[in-house]
Design a protein around this ligand. Sequence first.
Ligand SMILES: *Cc1c(COP(=O)(O)O)cnc(C)c1O
Length: 359
Amino acid sequence: MDRIYNFAAGPATLPLEVLKEVQKEFLNYNKTGVSILELSHRSQAFSNLIKEIEQDLRDLMHIPSNYKVMFAQGGATTQFAAIAMNLMKNKKADYIVTGIFSKNAAEEAKIFGDVKIVADGSSSQFRKIPDCSNLPIRDDADYVYYCDNNTVYGTKFKAIPNSKGKPLVVDQSSCFLSEPIDVSKFGVVYAGIQKNAGPAGLAIVIVREDLIREKLSFPTPTMLNWKIQSDKESLYNTPNSFAIYFVGKTLKWIKKQGGIEAIQKKNIEKAKLLYDYLDNSKYVKVADVNSRSMMNVTFNCGNEELDKKFIEEASKQGISFIKGHRAVGGMRASIYNAMSKEGVVTLIEFMKKFEKENL
Ligand SMILES: *Cc1c(COP(=O)(O)O)cnc(C)c1O
């Protein structure tokens, strides 16, 4: 089979075992005689499936029982508005901006209320996560928002920001299921799943029950209303059933490997291999050493000409989609859960050769 090593940031590489299993049962899901694509979301089979998936997610992430789980359409970005509409009571929210996605989330929230940027990484071109241990959080802020792993810059929070008792909302899109987290420390944990768990278009939204309110401060579209969506168990309308099914398969794959703790071990090992090599190489590292992401590794050759050559030659060796985001340039190796150690080793071998010949 001529599959390449896919270092794309998202949609991204998915576990081959899962893809094969999906392919195998594509025409006949679980003896229903129909494809998962053809299966009614009101059928018993789908109802059983979505319940099982939620339970698997709860088991893997140790989600406390006072949290609701929603499978929301429209990816992570749709939640930028939903978060503001559902959580703003005083219409004030404090945002930590550490990259493009948190900036976009803050901009979206400004449509609805008074947004204060309480920490801003732009002075370091987002190479560094600012100190968030003592932020100027407002007493009447409805929530504090941040993005855990900055996909574009390859940075990651090493500690949970101190939200001074306000509900903390975290975008986990590009580090979802990559390491254990303590859900009880958050008001909302959410993620678009196309980085680490499945196809694009679906977000998983985990919300502490007391933050789900009946009366909202804005006229809120039904599809963004967490009360309605959670009461209807994500089945108010036809859900993104294929993406939900796919995530279910990914969760079983994680379970089989020993859970998120075991996955984290592998992720640490892969990232260490790559960063150890980078640190002893002539490549330019983008993210500050203390802010490094385990999922997205950003670097460049020091000039654009060579970056271009790197990307071209890498692609000929089956190392693909490694081009950095246009805001950063250079290269970005996304090494999500499904990227094998073998893939990372292949990349390092290529980088060594390229370094010797060009840097
Ligand atoms: C990709 C990404 C998003 C946007 O996800 P969509 O599903 O395209 O809306 C948001 N936040 C982070 C951290 C991401 O990596």
